[in-house]
Write a new protein. Structure first.
Length: 386
């Protein structure tokens, strides 16, 4: 494939840290390593940004106004159009339907006849669509209809089949124009450094560690974990168990209050990648209680770290776990608890599923494979093919 000049566009990028920001950085870095020229186009952060030592070029532009609540810029079309004209990108890859810059990039690409694609990192919500459109197109009367025509004629990327179905239903787009490509993970980094190959003789005080890495919000359903802990009390477990939750968010204080009353629950604030690696390394299995995960990057990382996972049969997390092979997929919290009890007491099954989880993660989520699939969509967009 010829070397491409690629524009990655989104309101969300470093120094903010989140799933979209890390995805853009990792994908752009891999594309650069392959010889492509990547430019990140994002909003100006009033001097907060530090773009030194990045493998790609970063352009920060100002729009008509900023919406601090959502950390987005509106009215970026004019400076974006000037940049697109000067740089002459081969393809424009925008990220998140909820990013006004990503949507305006669609209008600019359309006016300049540049191939455009949009990755959906989350589910579309009927209540949120009018709000984001009203924010994105302040001062651009009549552009919403044009935008939807652009989107319906562009190649779209969904991070899971659940998101793909959501896009097709909500935006009435052609099924053939939506490509399911999971988020990539660094499977070389997310691998255990210690041997998980065989059964170990448990000491009397050893406890099985159940790990969850999540933002502490109701949407992520971390509030269900104390209920699951209580429900486990009815099982006669052969091992002690400790639940570890890594993350921060509005439910932190409520969980802290519960942890003071109930032994076996431990909270850890957000940590860097190296520390998180150590936490995965010390865990025995992973719990994902969320029903609304578009993908579930932490589940994929845990599987890459040879951790069997138990997830609910809702959203993208359920697509990461292969039921009865790399973990269990449950329909209800009661079933989730039962599967946890099974894995807590059965080290042989935990280790077997962990080995399969690692193989599955490398086969499906390694950046080498994911980047190739993204490049194929670039080719389709440039060729104008469905």
């Amino acid at each position: 494939m010829e070397t491409l000049k690629i524009a990655m566009v989104s309101d969300w990028f470093f120094p903010s840290v989140g799933g979209v920001e890390i995805h853009i950085h990792d994908l752009s870095s891999r594309l650069q390593e392959m010889g492509h020229e990547v430019h990140i186009i994002t909003g100006n952060r009033d001097g907060e940004e530090k773009d030194v030592d990045t493998p790609y070029q970063v352009h920060r532009i100002k729009g008509i106004s900023k919406v601090p609540r959502f950390n987005v810029w509106v009215g970026t079309r004019k400076p974006m159009e000037e940049l697109f004209k000067s740089e002459k990108f081969d393809v424009v890859h925008a990220h998140s339907f909820y990013s006004p810059m990503a949507l305006e990039a669609g209008l600019v690409s359309h006016s300049l006849n540049m191939p455009y694609l949009l990755t959906f990192h989350s589910f579309l919500d009927t209540r949120a669509i009018p709000k984001i459109l009203s924010i994105a197109f302040t001062g651009y009367t009549g552009k919403r209809g044009v935008l939807f025509r652009v989107i319906r004629n562009s190649h779209l990327v969904a991070v899971s089949n659940a998101v793909r179905k959501n896009i097709v239903r909500m935006l009435k787009v052609e099924d053939s124009m939506v490509h399911t490509i999971p988020n990539g993970i660094d499977t070389d980094f997310w691998r255990p450094q210690t041997d998980r190959g065989g059964v170990t003789e448990k000491k009397e005080n050893d406890a099985v560690t159940v790990l969850t890495v999540s933002r502490l919000t109701r949407r992520k359903r971390v509030q269900s974990i104390p209920k699951i802990i209580k429900a486990l009390h009815k099982y006669s477990l052969n091992s002690g168990v400790r639940f570890v939750i890594v993350g921060s968010g509005p439910l932190k204080r409520a969980l802290q209050r519960y942890a003071k009353k109930e032994t076996g629950l431990y909270l850890i604030d957000c940590v860097d990648r190296q520390k998180l690696h150590s936490i995965y390394e010390s865990a025995d299995l992973y719990l994902s209680p969320s029903k609304k995960e578009a993908f579930g990057i932490a589940v994929a990382e845990a599987q890459s770290m040879m951790l069997p996972a138990v997830a609910l049969n809702h959203g993208g997390a359920a697509e990461i776990v292969i039921h009865n092979t790399t973990g269990y997929v449950a329909s209800t919290d009661a079933e989730l608890t039962e599967y946890l009890a099974t894995l807590i007491d059965d080290e042989v099954t935990r280790l077997r599923m962990g080995r399969e989880a690692r193989k599955h993660a490398v086969r499906r989520f390694s950046w080498k494979l994911v980047t190739k699939r993204v490049l194929r969509v670039y080719e389709l967009a440039m060729e104008g093919k469905a």
